[in-house]
Design a protein around this ligand. Structure first.
Ligand code: GLA
Length: 377
């Protein structure tokens, strides 16, 4: 990837820049909890974005996206927003840095990535984090890592139309090889957990249904709005900390749909804590059981699954897979599966064959390698 990027950079700009990278993420458990002030449990993966960059002493950004073979040039004032969605991520990061008082001037960049798009692995956070991290270094801005993650999140909110939480950008910036991170999205305290399932006889693998998940302009924002309405009725800033008894007590003041959404979130908060505790004891059976509960909660109560993902989770269950669930925002993308090593080959073969028979193509198998987040390379 690096050599393809530098060839193009040389050809376009007749120069050499510096290289930066960031990562996509998995999330073991804790879905749609981040914007509710709850816990998440992600890790960065070995798939991400790489960008070569060099300030160009102008007031323009000149950017080339290798993967879609597209060039774009834009200024750095609010009215200069580009139309291409990939360029809006870069523009948004620049603008959010400027809003925080950082001085960003023009630069040249060529970038490429290997996070499958629309798989629920946060290719957009990888893009934002790469540029936030790189601009911070190149222009010596001295922004701390939490703020870099928030810059990515604000980019989604203000330039891409997704009212996302902080999980993806946090994971992409803070990721550490061999570790998951439990983040408390209310206090922003976090802890690294060593994660080595193979040592315990398990593998973690993603199965990409290849149903494109699209959060922009999607029901994602509606889910968030439901949670905020219920929190308001409960007199809380976030759903975090609410109990089922409290929810039941206001049942007749909220819609049935909002009730279901909140029921899922309250359950999910407990499940993340259970999983962290179980992992600490090497109790992978409990981890897996909670993953299935999350899947069906996301499917039935939160309604962010789809037929293909329910099918994959069902096959996993039939094959004796320890845990399986939809990962990320939903509406398509991957399942994350925790599989005993001895069942792995059989499960993959069965999932591929059964899925292909029903949907006409195999799911894409993506082995999980927990890796470092944003960095200079
Ligand atoms: C998307 C959002 C995250 C988070 C997940 C669901 O990935 O970007 O902030 O809400 O969905 O857990």
């Amino acid at each position: 990837m690096k050599s393809r990027i530098s060839k193009k950079f040389q050809a376009l700009f007749n120069a050499e820049g510096e290289f930066f990278a960031s990562a996509g993420r998995i999330n073991l458990i804790g879905e749609h909890t981040d914007y509710n002030g709850g816990f998440v449990f992600p890790g960065a993966v070995d798939k991400g974005m790489v960008a070569e960059m060099k300030p160009n002493n102008t007031d323009k950004v000149r950017a080339f996206a290798i993967d879609i073979d597209e060039y774009c040039e834009f200024g750095l004032n609010e009215e200069d927003a580009p139309v291409q969605s990939w360029a809006r991520y870069i523009f948004g990061v620049c603008r959010e840095i400027q809003k925080r008082g950082g001085v960003v001037t023009g630069f040249d960049t060529v970038f490429a990535g290997d996070v499958p798009l629309g798989a629920g692995m946060s290719s957009s956070a990888a893009l934002e984090s790469t540029f936030a991290y790189a601009l911070n270094e190149l222009f010596r801005l001295g922004i701390d890592k939490f703020e870099l993650a928030r810059i990515g999140q604000s980019t989604e909110h203000n330039y891409c139309g997704v009212k996302c939480g902080i999980m993806d950008q946090f994971a992409s910036v803070f990721g550490k090889a061999g570790h998951l991170m439990r983040l408390d999205c209310r206090s922003m305290e976090f802890e690294y957990f060593p994660f080595d399932p193979e040592q315990h006889g398990y593998k973690v693998v993603l199965l990409n249904s290849c149903v494109k998940h699209e959060l922009v302009g999607s029901p994602y924002n509606d889910r968030r709005a439901s949670c905020e309405r219920v929190a308001a009725v409960l007199g809380q800033e976030f759903l975090r900390g609410a109990t089922m008894d409290q929810l039941d007590a206001v049942k007749d003041q909220i819609s049935e749909e909002d009730y279901m959404r909140a029921r899922y979130v309250i359950g999910e908060e407990r499940r993340v804590l259970d999983v962290c505790e179980a992992l600490g004891k090497g109790d992978y059976e409990t981890v897996g059981a909670r993953m299935y509960e999350t899947h069906w909660g996301m499917s039935k109560d939160y309604e962010v699954s789809c037929e293909e993902l329910d099918f994959l989770a069902t096959i996993a269950q039939e094959c004796g897979v320890t845990g399986s669930r939809i990962m990320g925002g939903g509406f398509g993308g991957c399942t994350i599966n925790l599989v005993k090593t001895e069942l792995y080959d059989g499960f993959i073969a069965k999932a591929k064959a059964a899925f292909a028979e029903k949907y006409g193509h195999e799911p894409v198998v993506i082995p999980v390698v927990i890796s470092d987040g944003a960095r200079r390379i």
